[in-house]
Design a protein around this ligand. Structure first.
Ligand SMILES: [Zn+2]
Length: 111
C-alpha cells in the first residue's frame, strides 16, 4: 500500500462530491435566469458541439442515438444513454463515471 496516494474509492468519492456541488450550482444559476434567457441559450446551443461549435449529428451506436461532432470527433451522451450502452457490457470505468455524474434526486440537491 502506498502512502499519500488516494485510493480509487477516495477519488471517486471526491469526484462525486464535486459533481453534486456543480449540479447544485447549475440548478441555482438556472433558477436565477429568466425563461427568455433559457430559451435563448437553447436556441443558440441546441445540437451544437460544446467543444468546437459545429453541428452535432445523431448517430446510432448499438441501438443508442449518440450526438456526434464530425469536425472534432467528440461525442455527446444524453442522460441515460451511457447507462444503456454500459448496461450490455460491464465496463467498470463507465460504471464509475455513471455513478459519479448521475443526476441526484431533488431531495439530495436541496440541502
Ligand atoms: Zn466539435
Amino acid at each position: 500500500m502506498s502512502l499519500g496516494k488516494p485510493s480509487e474509492a477516495e477519488e471517486e468519492y471526491f469526484a462525486r462530491e464535486e459533481a453534486a456541488k456543480r449540479q447544485r450550482e447549475a440548478l441555482e444559476r438556472a433558477r436565477q435566469m429568466k425563461e427568455k434567457e433559457m430559451e435563448e441559450l437553447r436556441r443558440l446551443h441546441y445540437m451544437k458541439c460544446p467543444k468546437c461549435g459545429f453541428d452535432l449529428q445523431e448517430t446510432l451506436f448499438r441501438g443508442v442515438a449518440i450526438d456526434k461532432c464530425y469536425h472534432c470527433h467528440g461525442m455527446w451522451f444524453d442522460e441515460g444513454e451511457l447507462e444503456k450502452l454500459t448496461g450490455h457490457q460491464q465496463y467498470d470505468l463507465f460504471q464509475s463515471i455513471v455513478r459519479i455524474f448521475r443526476r441526484s434526486s431533488p431531495k439530495e440537491t436541496s440541502s
